[in-house]
Design a protein around this ligand. Structure first.
Ligand SMILES: Cc1cc2nc3c(=O)[nH]c(=O)nc-3n(C[C@H](O)[C@H](O)[C@H](O)COP(=O)(O)O)c2cc1C
Length: 372
């Protein structure tokens, strides 16, 4: 018998209230299979996620907290009885395989499109067009300038996140992750490029971050901190969201403040484009994790372009606590085993990533178990 080399990636870890069987997290991945009028997950979702239940933790795909937050065709929600029932089928299937699963709570804000609202405008912090593409039921369309939310709408949205978190527990999820990353509503409030408000939700860093913390406080009324995570990071280099001189100080403020909440995790995306010459240039490579580690002492999940080698190195350096894989999980339901056995990975069939039905969703091949 050969001596086994201990590798942190494959060892258990505590994340808040949960004990994960390894440090491999399945990153949230929108797959557009909720193609039914209820926007509810189906048996097909259950099969897909159960196939990937070997991950230490699955973060479910972006899931809208309300009809007003809806804005990407065929994505699932978490505001109706049908949706809760659908998700219960999924979480039961994952739990039967010994897995753990979080729901990712999402409001698309200005990334949505009038097509979702019978011609009415989507909402955001301000009337700034994000200059991206919206995925509507009739295909990709340029985004439009949204309507600025009233304060009553902000209050309602904060409450919607709370209700969706309650629904997530009702649906059997082991926790919830607040989607504060990338182009969506919370990020639209956070960024000085897209938030031109002059009330207490605009202007200073503290004001622009207010919605995130109101949402976090509200979610924590229903879910214990050890079951709440946040996905957040500074990586935006295009359009009104492009990182500007406020971006890094904004993020530092948010990370420091979140550190006091005792949450289960922060999911941090590393640099995914060339940041040289941008205000984020010091965050290239492992720079993202080196920069934020001293500001946030809780569990950090590292993401973007991870390999077993890179993951183990970041874990050994103490820069992060677990490692999330996104694209590799699309084509490799048995990713954990493949990484452990150093087996080659299946390639993604891109035309079926955002598509309907089982093809390219639940039909990727798996390897045979071998002694490692
Ligand atoms: C097809 C696809 C769908 C995605 N959907 C989501 C999502 O629903 N929520 C989210 O926060 N990130 C989403 N992402 C980003 C991934 O979670 C992850 O951060 C990104 O793919 C980088 O990790 P990777 O290099 O391991 O793929 C998506 C990425 C891809 C490729």
């Amino acid at each position: 018998m050969t001596d086994k080399i201990w590798l942190p990636l494959f060892s258990p870890v505590r994340m808040g209230s949960l004990e994960l069987r390894n440090r491999i997290v399945m990153a949230p991945l929108t797959r557009m299979r909720a193609d039914n009028p209820e926007h509810a997950p189906t048996q097909l979702h259950a099969e897909y996620y159960a196939q990937r239940a070997d991950a230490g933790l699955i973060i479910g795909e972006c899931t809208e907290v309300s009809a007003q937050g809806y804005g990407w065709a065929d994505t699932p929600g978490l505001w109706s009885v049908e949706q809760v029932k659908g998700w219960r089928t999924v979480t039961d299937a994952v739990h039967r395989k010994g897995g753990l699963m979080y729901a990712q709570l999402w409001h698309t804000g200005a990334m949505s499109h009038p097509e979702f609202f019978s011609g009415e405008l989507p909402v955001s912090a301000s009337d700034v067009n994000p200059e991206q593409e919206s995925v509507t039921p009739s295909g990709r369309k340029p985004t439009v300038a949204p309507r600025a939310m009233t304060k009553a709408e902000i209050r309602q949205t904060v409450a919607d996140f709370g209700q969706a978190a309650r629904n997530a527990l009702e649906a059997g999820f082991d926790g919830v992750q607040i989607q504060a990353n990338y182009l969506y509503l919370i990020a639209q409030f956070l960024s000085s490029g897209s938030n031109r408000r002059t009330d207490e939700y605009g202007g200073s860093t503290e004001n622009r971050a207010r919605m995130l913390f109101e949402i976090t406080d509200t979610v924590l009324q229903y879910v214990e901190p050890g079951r709440v995570g946040v996905k957040i990071g500074p990586m935006h280099l295009a359009g009104p969201f492009a990182a500007n001189d406020d971006t890094l100080p904004d993020m530092e403020y948010v990370f420091r403040k979140l550190d006091g909440y005792g949450l289960a995790h922060l999911l941090l995306m590393g640099a995914n484009t060339d940041v040289s010459g941008s205000p984020l240039q010091e965050l290239a490579g492992d720079g993202m994790f080196r920069h934020f580690r001293p500001l946030y002492r809780g569990h950090v999940i590292a993401n973007v372009d991870m390999t077993a080698e890179r993951g183990n190195r970041l874990l050994e350096l103490g820069l992060v606590d677990s490692v999330a894989f996104g694209r590799p999980f699309i084509a490799n339901p048995d990713l954990v085993r493949r990484l452990q056995q150093k087996a080659s990975l299946n390639e993604i069939d891109w035309p079926t990533v955002y598509a309907a039905g089982p093809e390219g969703y639940t039909d990727y091949s798996v390897t045979e178990p071998q002694a490692v």
